[in-house]
Design a protein around this ligand. Structure first.
Ligand SMILES: O=C(O)CCC(=O)C(=O)O
Length: 227
């Protein structure tokens, strides 16, 4: 079983390539995802955003974990299709600064279970087989995100380990990152530390003990050591 925190940038895939990459750097693989499928996902996202009616107090996705944590909407998004705004898309009076289609930071976190378009494409990409080739005993998709890189206002996603948010013991979280458009350092591609999947987990996101719907970041002893 792998005990890693791996972000996989998908280009194409072969099981041998997977194993080689796991031993060396954060994996970069090729999965055959055709242009029509990428278009289908982008069109579906646009449809979902069109149909979405923002709540009175819109939920923002920010790299400020404390702010993200105190949001009930964020917590409930684990089991539905939720829409998170860019911080700069909403002004201090809760008015939009950009059109709705350009205001979204991400859609998450259960469209792979609830939306037929996402569900079919995730099934066709066969992440279960890729997971098995990676050594995951019982691969299952626990979360999906459609992340936007909005021009001009897109917020930075800070350096993090996905197991901070999707924690199992031992660690088993594998993140697949599929570029729907050409991704570069300029427009917001994924960046990863070589060998980053071998670094022990530094922080955990936990529900507060007092029962209120908030999450807090806890520093593990590995995180403390490095300070
Ligand atoms: O593309 C991004 O914004 C980063 C995705 C990521 O690493 C994450 O959300 O865990």
């Amino acid at each position: 079983m792998i005990q890693s925190d791996i972000e996989i940038y998908i280009k194409s895939v072969s099981p041998d390539a997977i194993k080689a990459w796991l031993d060396t750097v954060t994996a970069s693989l090729d999965v055959q995802s055709s242009n029509p499928k990428r278009q289908e996902l982008m069109q579906r996202a646009a449809q979902l955003i069109d149909a979405f009616e923002p709540q009175a107090k819109p939920s923002i996705f920010t790299t400020d974990e404390q702010e993200r944590s105190s949001d009930d909407y964020f917590l409930k998004s684990a089991s539905n299709i939720s829409f998170f705004f860019e911080e700069k898309a909403i002004d201090k009076d809760d008015h939009f600064t950009v059109p709705k289609q350009q205001s979204i930071n991400k859609i998450g976190h259960a469209q792979h279970q609830l939306d037929p378009v996402y569900k079919n494409i995730v099934k066709e990409l066969d992440f279960v087989s890729i997971g098995q080739a990676l050594g995951v005993v019982k691969p299952r998709a626990v979360q999906s995100m459609h992340i936007f890189k909005q021009p001009g206002i897109g917020g930075e996603v800070g350096l993090h380990q996905d197991s901070t948010f999707l924690y199992t013991q031992p660690k088993s979280c594998v993140g697949f990152w599929l570029a729907l458009e050409d991704a570069t350092v300029e427009n917001g591609c994924l960046q990863a530390l070589p060998q980053g999947h071998k670094i022990p987990l530094k922080q955990r996101f936990k529900i507060s003990k007092n029962g209120d719907p908030s999450l807090n970041l806890w520093t593990t002893h590995h995180g403390q050591k490095s300070r």
